[in-house]
Structures are given as structure tokens and as C-alpha cells.
Design a protein around this ligand. Structure first.
Ligand code: ADP
Length: 169
């Protein structure tokens, strides 16, 4: 199943995929980090589409068109803020990946790209978050044909190395 996973060092807004996952906050009204980059690249129509959704709970996902991004959809998911690990963070982070994969399956999308959800201002320990991302994706691939490919798009070399090591690359 590892041939269905690609690890890429780069900017997620520059990379073509059927769905691009945004690490949003629960307001869905834009923020910094990858959220800001996605809104800038998609154009102002994305914010208007998000306004109509009236927010999203942590661990869940909402879908919009991708406007000017090289994608068909943006899947806005809200990762947990790290609070030490005893506030349900692991299950909430798993849920972000699972629900995004389920949305891709529902639309029979070939490819979906994920940033490292919760690994920026939300403070999730990077190795733990990467382990969850890969584990949840492998579990999904065990049972589902769609999406065909998952791209993990990491913004710096240390995070890329963590994913590569976990995948034995
Ligand atoms: P969160 O609030 O979920 O922690 P952040 O946007 O602060 O989200 O960070 C999530 C991850 O996205 C971090 O590892 C950060 O380095 C990375 N990131 C920021 N900009 C981009 C981008 N343009 N493409 C891919 N990853 C990005």
C-alpha cells in the first residue's frame, strides 16, 4: 500500500491534486500558516464559500470548491490544539484524516494532498502527528480503493524526514 503514498517537500498550494486538505480553524474564516496560504492562492471566493458553512467542529471536515487552486475541492478540516495529549487530541487528529479520506472516497477522487495537520501553531508533537497521519491512511487503504493516492506535502526538511523515516524510505 506504500505505493499509494507520496511524501513531498513543498508548498501544498502549488501541487495538483483532486482535493487539497486545509488545516483550518473552527471558524473557517481563514488564519495563518497553511490556511492563509490556501486562501491567498484560491482567491477571495474561497472565503465567501467558507462563510456560508458557519464553521466546523474539531475533527470534522467541510468541503468547498478550490477556485484558483490546482484542485477540484478544498477539504477544510480542523485539527486539535495540543493540550498535553489527554484531551482527546489523538482521536480528533485521526478523525481529521479519516473524514477527509471518506470525503475523497465519496467523490471517487484519485488524489488528495494533506499538510501536517495541527503541527504548526496548534503545537502537536511532530512525530506523533505524522504517525497518526500515516497509520490512519494505511488503515484506510486496507479497506478502500478510493482515493488511489495520498500525498503528504511537508513544508520543511525536518518534517519531511519524519514522514520518510516512518515509511521506511
Ligand atoms: P495548525 O493550526 O493545524 O497547526 P498550521 O498552518 O499552523 O496549522 O501548520 C500546519 C503545518 O503546515 C505546519 O507543519 C506548517 O509548517 C505547514 N505549512 C505552512 N504553510 C504550508 C504550505 N504552504 N504548504 C504546506 N504546508 C504548510
Amino acid at each position: 500500500m506504500q505505493h499509494r503514498i507520496e511524501i513531498i517537500l513543498g508548498d501544498i498550494t502549488m501541487l495538483a491534486a483532486d482535493a487539497i486538505v486545509n488545516a483550518a480553524n473552527s471558524s473557517l474564516l481563514g488564519g495563518g500558516g497553511v490556511d492563509g496560504a490556501i486562501h491567498r492562492a484560491a482567491g477571495p471566493e474561497l472565503l465567501a464559500a467558507c462563510r456560508a458553512l458557519a464553521g466546523c467542529p474539531t475533527g470534522d471536515v467541510r468541503v468547498t470548491p478550490a477556485f484558483r487552486l490546482p484542485a477540484r475541492y478544498v477539504f477544510h478540516t480542523v485539527g486539535p490544539v495540543w493540550q498535553g495529549g489527554t484531551a482527546g487530541e489523538p482521536e480528533l487528529l485521526r478523525s481529521c484524516y479519516r473524514q477527509s479520506l471518506a470525503q475523497a472516497e465519496k467523490r471517487q477522487l484519485s488524489s488528495i494532498s494533506f499538510p501536517a495537520i495541527s503541527c504548526g501553531v496548534y503545537g502537536y508533537p511532530h512525530e506523533d502527528a505524522a504517525t497518526i497521519a500515516i497509520d490512519e491512511t494505511c488503515r484506510w487503504f486496507d479497506k478502500h480503493a478510493w482515493p488511489e493516492k495520498v500525498l503528504f506535502v511537508l513544508f520543511d526538511q525536518p518534517m519531511t524526514s519524519i514522514y520518510q523515516q516512518l515509511l521506511g524510505q
